[in-house]
Design a protein around this ligand. Structure first.
Ligand code: SME
Length: 166
């Protein structure tokens, strides 16, 4: 496993291109899902300088026997622990099984504000082979309009790496 992450490049694309092989190397040879996801979100947070990076797992809540998103490994300020199906950006990405890019969180109906400092976000669902969402990858920024098609492309590649770690 790589011991440190060093990202070169000026543009966002160059940074992702430099980061991707390092993320692959980071999880190579390690089978533990949580350990691998924990390292992936840390690499992403510190390489790209995002405000918050983390995952929410789809889990059964034994109290009501309903599936919910439950907070998993993350880097950044403390965050909401549970999110319902269809709720917020994360629950919506789970529902529609597609990436959602939000330029301005205040304009997203039902957005869940874990931190008032978060202004834009992107949520990428990770599906299993049967097409069920297993978790979502959530990346937040303190700047509005911080995420675009480049983030979508490379974060979906990172989601594919996470999928292989499950
Ligand atoms: N904003 C998210 C909630 C998770 S936090 O941003 C970490 C949402 O609306 O689903």
């Amino acid at each position: 496993m790589a011991e440190s992450i060093s990202v070169s490049g000026i543009t966002k694309e160059e940074k992702y291109l430099s980061l991707l092989p390092q993320i692959k190397a980071l999880v190579e040879g390690e089978r533990d899902t949580i350990a691998n996801i924990a390292n992936i979100v840390a690499a992403l947070k510190f390489a790209m300088g995002h405000f918050w990076v983390g995952v929410y797992f789809v889990k059964n809540n034994p109290d009501n026997n309903k599936q919910e998103l439950v907070l998993g490994p993350f880097q950044g300020p403390v965050a909401c622990t549970r999110i319902g199906f269809g709720k917020g950006v994360c629950g919506k990405a789970w529902e529609i099984k597609s990436t959602i890019v939000v330029d301005d969180v205040e304009l997203f109906p039902g957005h869940i504000a874990c931190s008032s400092l978060s202004k834009s976000e992107i949520v990428v669902p990770v599906l299993n082979r049967n097409g069920d969402v297993m978790l979502v990858l959530d990346v937040d920024s303190e700047k509005t309009g911080n995420f675009n098609e480049t983030d979508k492309l490379y974060l979906e590649e990172i989601a594919a790496i996470i999928q292989k770690c499950l």
